[in-house]
Design a protein around this ligand. Sequence first.
Ligand code: M6R
Length: 603
Amino acid sequence: MCGIIARIGADDGVDRLLGGLERLEYRGYDSAGIAVENGVGLAVQKCSGQVNELKESVSDSGIYGGIGIGHTRWSTHGPPTDDNAHPHTDSSGDVAVVHNGVIDNHAELREELKAEGREFTSDTDTEVIPHLFERHLEDHAPEEAFREAVRDLDGSYAIAAMVEGEDAVFAARRGSPLVLGVGDGEYFLASDVPAFLEHTDEVVYFEDDEVGVIRPDDVELSTLAGEPVERSSEIVSWDPEETGKGGYDHFMRKEIETQNTSLTNAIQGRIDDEGEEPDLDDFPAGTFEGVERVQFVACGTSFHAAKYGAQLLNKAGVAAQAFRASEYDDAIPVDSDTLVVAVTQSGETADTLGALDRATAGRARTVAVTNVVGSSAAREADDALFIRAGPEIGVAATKTFSSQVVALSLLAHRISADAAGDSPWDDPRAYYDELKRLPDHVQTVLDREIAEGVADDYLGSDAFFFIGRGLAYPVAIEGALKFKEITYEHAEGFAAGELKHGPLALVTPQTPIFTVVTGGEDETTVTNAQEAQTRGAPIVAVSPADHRITDVADAHLPIPDTHPDLAGLLANVQLQLLSYHTADSLGRSIDKPRNLAKSVTVE
Ligand code: M6R
């Protein structure tokens, strides 16, 4: 979704702004632009299309300046045209604004402002902001005028604004992410940390309803009401190297291939060497006493991880359910005995944050399971468990799914032990020992390089189906989501037992069935696969080498033997590789699939 970058310094910062926009590309966008103050006036360059095209026009124009704002736009109000690209300006061109979010009362404001004679040049909701700022500058100094303009807005926003002649960027946040980077003699503002991580790892997160005035040598934070805010900076632990491709052709490939490292980080220090319960610092034994039921809320890939977590809890006798966050409405019973776990890689997904709000309103206790320290979910939930996967740049979630499942499995062990007064698992030690081996098992899958050949064999099929039962079901639906997301081919995931209740009508020799079996409760899955095979569909088993399904399958994506609660993760790595190689053969835009955004900040 839209991305904001601002740079506030004394020397020319245009390259830093453009570099920041490149780092934001992964969020998804269809136009881009910058505005800089160069001592003579505000210079704006913007266009629909790619940051590369913007770079060319900026270079041709020769604009420069130490203080500037930039934006990548993912269209919501109005198509991706040059006029609709940010920054937007007021009638005089003295104010420039970039915005992420949705202004709910933009239509009324636009009518009012037009009636005052202010001229609009775009279809966007954002354009009301520079006009409001201009209106209040008629009666107020810039900081107060900005505050007044922000007070006029209903909806969600992260805003960065400039006024000609002012050595400052004005910023505000409500419901959309905004973080300040404290550099050496310069400051940055951005929608997320990777945008400026190569320049600084020292950050200050804006809270909702806060306003910032950032000058080259000074930052003032205050509430929207004008009360000063004191907040210390913090250091983010991400390595700038992690935001580069590191020699791989695509971020997605890199993120698949480095899962042994991200999983090692997810597990590190969280498994007691001898104990029968996880060692989660912020969640000591007894933390979840009194919890009667667990509700997970999440979207997309995170929902599939949540489903995995819910099934683990069910196996341990705890009532748990996973909801798609956008379907978690007021009709769902929630009370103070309910634990609501929001699973979100970015921590900024609007649907998930909305569900978290509903849970809080219902007096539930809340935990965010997220990758981003300082994200909205981490700050809004009562507690946070970090998956420690490092930055994920590819729009398709890969390493973060694996780390989410690991973190959720440890949380499930903590919750179920607290609920039962003791670990309800048959042999928790066996599980923890296998969990420690998981990064090595993932490496074994990666080293085998079988998925590429299977991807080639089935290229050109009419559709791709993925089935599984129990813990293999979330893996099947995740496999299908990944496949459709980056290959643009038709792919569906089904509960194996559901095939015969409808989807079998779709099955032909041109519809391979990727059948996930984990060595758990999946004997019947073999029968379900055979029912499809009898009707002509090729079966690709994703399973341990000695599983019975390999006797009937037409092809095999093998996974190492491991604990049945972990086998799904290894199957998922094979399916990630399958999607990747298919998309690569089809020449798709793997890291930035069409129409999609990494961080979906609108409902
Ligand atoms: O940041 P989140 O985990 O909350 O994002 C949720 C979904 O938008 C995300 O998982 C999406 O489905 C992925 N692009 C799938 O690969």
